[in-house]
Design a protein around this ligand. Structure first.
Ligand code: HEM
Length: 188
C-alpha cells in the first residue's frame, strides 16, 4: 500500500464516498429532527437530537473534506472534471459554513430544548447546499467516472480484494490527472 492510499483509499475502494455517506446521513438526520421538532413532534427530544446530529456531522466532515481535497489535488486544472469537482468543493464548503453557524447560533436552543427559527432556517439552507453539492459529487463519479474502475467482468473474489498494485488497467482517460500524478487518480 502506498502512503497516500492510507488516506485516499485503494484503487476501486476510495475513502471519500463512505465518509460522505456518514456526513450526509448525519446532516439529513439533523434536518429531519429540526423540522419535526419545529412541527411539535417530540419537540424537546428532537431539539437535542438535532444539535447533536449537526455537531456529529461537522466532526465527520473533517476527514470527508480532507480525503476529497487530496483527490481534488490530483486533477488537472481547467479540465471539465476539475470544474465540476471544484463546484462540488465550493458547494460543500458553503454547506459546512452554514452548518457551523447553525450549530453556533443553535446552541442556546439545544440548552433550552427548542429549535430556534434561525437554527431551523440555517439547517434547511445547509441541507439545500449539501444536496446541490452531493449532486455535483455524484456527477464527478457517475458522469466523469473519477475513481471508477469499470471492471464488470472481474471475478468477485478479485474485485473485493484490496489491490493497491494495479493502476486501473484500462486506458487512462485524457485530462483526468496532472502528468505524473498517482495512477490511481486516473482510474481507480
Ligand atoms: C473540500 C471538500 C471536498 C472536496 C475537495 C471533495 C472532492 C470530491 C471528489 C474528488 C469526489 C470524487 C470521488 C472521490 O474522489 O472519491 C467527490 C465525490 C463526492 N463527494 Fe466530495 N469533496 C469534498 C467534500 C465533501 C463533503 C463534505 C461531502 C458530504 C457532506 C461530499 C460528498 C460527496 C459525494 C456524495 C460524492 C459522490 C460519491 C458518492 O456518491 O459516493 N464531499 N468529492
Amino acid at each position: 500500500m502506498k502512503g497516500s492510499e492510507l488516506l485516499t483509499g485503494l484503487p476501486g475502494h476510495p475513502t471519500h464516498p463512505p465518509l460522505t455517506d456518514a456526513a450526509i446521513g448525519l446532516y439529513s438526520g439533523a434536518t429531519a429532527f429540526a423540522v419535526l421538532s419545529a412541527l411539535g413532534v417530540s419537540e424537546e427530544n428532537l431539539a437535542i437530537a438535532w444539535w447533536i446530529a449537526l455537531v456529529a456531522g461537522l466532526v465527520v466532515t473533517g476527514p470527508t473534506a480532507v480525503t476529497g481535497l487530496l483527490d481534488w489535488l490530483k486533477i488537472t486544472r481547467g479540465t471539465p472534471l476539475w470544474r465540476t469537482t471544484t463546484l462540488h468543493l465550493v458547494a460543500m464548503v458553503a454547506a459546512t459554513i452554514v452548518f457551523v453557524v447553525a450549530a453556533i447560533v443553535g446552541h442556546g436552543g439545544y440548552v433550552d430544548r427548542e429549535v430556534t427559527t434561525l437554527g431551523l432556517l440555517l439547517t434547511v439552507a445547509g441541507f439545500g447546499l449539501m444536496s446541490a453539492g452531493g449532486w455535483l459529487g455524484g456527477t464527478v463519479v457517475f458522469v466523469h467516472g473519477m475513481r471508477v474502475l469499470r471492471e464488470q467482468e472481474k471475478p468477485t473474489h478479485e474485485a473485493v480484494k484490496p489491490d493497491s498494485g494495479r493502476d486501473g488497467g484500462d486506458a487512462p482517460r485524457a485530462g483526468l490527472t496532472r502528468p505524473g500524478a498517482a495512477p490511481d487518480a486516473r482510474d481507480g
